[in-house]
Design a protein around this ligand. Structure first.
Ligand code: HEM
Length: 422
């Protein structure tokens, strides 16, 4: 292990940690993200990480944080080892995540201790079915997505607000069923709790608000509406606090909206890829899934993957926080010839699978259990939007001729819809 100087520690704090906090770790702040895009904040952070790796020979880098042990991963191999070692000795539950997520899902799997984690993880896997490109509910869920896409297709322009409104109706139908489609309150309550969560321990917990949110959630789940995830939840073990798991899913579906909208920006600026996507007739929509994965590689929705050691390891004493800054690994120019380009093929031809630090959904035993369901949702929606039509970005935010920007604010993107070929 190497130890960072005070100046290097300050640079990591200023370039990696502070921008994430300012942008909102749990709920993004659109105005800050707009500024971050203008300043292209992630670019210098990635360059700084490259310099640290070169100077310290890729060894884990212990930062000089008063009263805390914090170590930064600098090689792809170390990322793989750390993520593979969950939950012991590298626990996904860390003090920071606990303080933040505790505002709205204190019993969520991600912040569970190793003993409670196993059952909660099983619950998540039983309902979300990771590893299956097509969920057992693929047919009814597809109907829901096609229906909501039809509403979005009626709009000649697609702004974030229009898109997000349709997206949340879709998500409520997927999770709870049609009876919940217009319950904005449940998503608004979560948004308020997530804004509190951005402040982690600095904001008091609003138990009353959380109880109201949980009560509403449980009412929707109790219906177990056929064709929704609530139906599957009703069939699995009753021990797990379901509402806390579902609170995480709703939170994570917000990241998925950003991923979908950024994917649309990539397709709007890469017409050939858009044509390939529109012509993809495979049942699992493999090409569109690859496009969505590229969106998360280029602009990770969890830029800081954190782990906390459960006992003494080569990374430091028990309680050490390990920081994996994914934008650095996902855009590693020393390893990836396609670092700053849109290259969906890497997810189809084995190149991405051979890279241990390309981790859009994390990796190892705590890998995102919603990954296949969310890729199904995003790809099915995009496929419907792109049927016989094209989306264009009049602001030309992305250009295939240039390296893709390090930061892409999804909230200010706006597309115009056109009949294909016009
Ligand atoms: C494109 C959207 C999504 C991305 C990029 C994503 C990515 C991730 C990542 C990186 C983690 C690891 C977090 C960490 O270690 O701190 C994670 C965990 C998790 N995700 Fe997702 N996720 C997405 C959507 C979803 C959805 C829609 C669901 C549920 C329906 C979901 C369920 C979960 C759960 C339950 C965990 C915690 C797993 C555990 O601790 O074992 N995610 N996700």
């Amino acid at each position: 292990m190497s130890t960072a100087s005070v100046a290097e520690t300050a640079k990591v704090a200023a370039g990696v940690v502070l921008p994430s906090i300012a942008e909102g770790v749990i709920k993004r702040r659109p105005t800050v993200l707009r500024a971050a895009q203008l300043l292209q904040l992630d670019r210098p952070s990635v360059r700084m990480m490259e310099r640290l790796r070169d100077k310290h020979g890729g060894r884990p880098l212990r930062l000089q944080v008063p009263g805390r042990s914090v170590t930064l991963a600098l090689t792809a191999e170390d990322v793989a080892t750390v993520l593979a070692g969950a939950p012991v000795p590298f626990s996904p539950s860390t003090v920071e995540k606990d303080a933040a997520l505790g505002h709205f899902q204190p019993h969520g799997v991600l912040i569970s201790d190793p003993a409670r984690r196993a059952g909660r993880r099983r619950f998540n896997e039983e309902v979300l079915e990771p590893g299956k490109a097509l969920h057992q509910l693929a047919a009814p869920l597809r109907e829901v997505i096609v229906d909501e896409a039809a509403a979005l297709r009626r709009s000649p322009t697609l702004s974030w607000d229009t898109f997000a409104q349709g997206w949340w109706r879709l998500v409520r139908r997927v999770v709870f069923g049609k009876a919940a489609q217009d319950d904005h309150t449940v998503t608004d309550l979560l948004a308020r709790l997530r804004l509190d969560a951005n402040w982690a321990y600095l904001h008091r917990r609003r138990d009353g608000l959380r109880e109201e949110f949980t009560r509403r959630l449980n009412e929707h789940l109790a219906r177990a509406e056929p064709g929704s995830l609530a139906e599957v939840i009703a069939e699995v073990d009753g021990e797990t606090p379901a509402a806390d798991q579902v609170a995480h899913w709703l939170f994570a579906f917000d990241a998925a909206a950003m991923v979908a909208f950024r994917t649309l920006a990539l397709l709007a600026s890469h017409p050939e890829a858009a044509r390939t996507a529109a012509g993809d007739a495979s049942p699992e929509l493999a090409y569109l899934r690859a496009c969505a994965l590229e969106s998360v590689r280029l602009w990770p929705t969890t830029p800081m993957l954190l782990r906390e050691t459960t006992h003494d390891t080569a990374w430091g004493p028990a309680g050490t926080t390990i920081l994996v800054f994914t934008p650095f690994f996902h855009r590693d120019r020393a390893r990836l010839s396609y670092a700053d380009n849109f290259t969906p093929a890497i997810w189809l031809d084995g190149r991405a699978a051979a890279e241990p630090a390309l981790v859009p959904f994390s990796a190892g035993p705590a890998i995102c259990p919603g990954r296949d369901l969310v890729l199904f949702t995003v790809s099915t929606l995009l496929s419907e939007l792109l049927r016989e039509r094209e989306y264009r970005d009049p602001a030309a935010t992305l250009s295939p001729a240039d390296p893709l920007p390090a930061t892409l604010d999804p909230f200010h993107l706006k597309f115009t819809a056109h009949r294909a070929g016009e």
